[in-house]
Design a protein around this ligand. Structure first.
Ligand code: B1M
Length: 220
């Protein structure tokens, strides 16, 4: 069994590293069929592959077309695994509302979408604003739906400041104390969250659910 699990994780990781969407789909289906934890399959399989790809891209050993193909493979696998996450979370009572999006200038959404699936599976109603979301749109939605939590994702060092700008806009509009703010994404950190005045930072989707529950006083 242990061997089977490490083979499943290896197949998922390799599919992304080999830019192979079909293989990622097959590996994800195999993971679901064998009852493997879908969150673990994403975090310890597919996400490890995309991390390797990101490192190679940074070193200039692969280029944008390969980065895009690897992301496609990651998405193909995550879609199947996220469906399973949602299925497992059916029939849970609604815990609260979260508005979430990737900030302006940033089109990375794989991680945000994983966070969304985990939140939905845990019983949250999620309003997804998508990617490259203008600051004004975040403010407008918060006013409109009055969520318990506003979540902002940023993966680029050039777009992370947008999170701080939006928090300032909330303050200026007198809305800051009406909504909890959580941030995440590869360009962010706990200290960045403190610096810009966010209420929480999460390094991954599991932590995001935990921190959001804590923010609105839900005990695990
Ligand atoms: Co981009 N990219 N990319 N990219 N890309 C990074 C982020 C980079 C670190 C790669 C590198 O150089 N090593 C680098 C940023 C450097 C920097 O700013 N410091 C980079 C760059 C430079 C770029 C472009 C500028 C490349 C170019 O055009 N020359 C360009 C920018 C486009 C834009 O946004 N304007 C670009 C484009 C792309 C693709 C389109 C090809 C693709 C994205 C596809 C998509 O998302 N639909 C892509 C990818 C795939 C990556 C890497 C390789 C992987 C990102 C990912 O999906 N990770 C990435 C390298 C890296 O991050 N190490 C990279 C897997 C995912 C599960 O993790 O997104 O971190 P992550 O999400 C996690 C946590 O962060 C957390 O939970 C998630 C699940 O565990 N989390 C939250 C995320 N959001 C959260 C929100 C929360 C809480 C937790 O609360 C609200």
């Amino acid at each position: 069994m242990e061997k089977d699990h490490s083979r499943i994780l290896q197949n998922l990781r390799k599919a992304v590293e080999e830019f192979d969407a079909e293989k990622a789909r097959e590996a994800a289906i195999e993971a679901v069929k064998s009852g493997f934890d879908p969150v673990k399959a994403i975090e310890e399989g597919l996400a490890k592959g995309i991390k390797t790809i990101g490192d190679l891209f940074e070193k200039g050993e692969i280029f944008l077309p390969e980065l895009i193909m690897a992301a496609e493979a990651m998405k193909a696998g995550t879609q199947i695994l996220m469906d399973e996450v949602r299925k497992r979370g059916l029939n849970v009572k609604k815990l609260g509302k979260v508005v979430i999006g990737t900030v302006h200038g940033d089109i990375h959404d794989i991680g945000k979408n994983i966070v969304i699936s985990m939140l939905e599976a845990s019983g949250f109603k999620v309003i997804d604003l998508g990617v490259d979301v203008p600051a004004e749109e975040f403010i407008k939605k918060v006013k409109e739906v009055q969520p318990d939590v506003l979540g902002m994702s940023a993966l680029l060092t050039t777009t992370a400041p947008e999170q701080g700008r939006i928090i300032k806009m909330l303050k200026d509009a007198g809305m800051r104390d009406k909504v909890n703010v959580i941030i995440g994404g590869a360009a962010t950190s706990e200290s960045w969250a403190n610096e810009i005045g966010a209420d929480a930072y999460a390094a991954d989707a599991v932590e995001a659910v935990k921190k959001i529950k804590a923010l609105i006083g839900i005990k695990e």
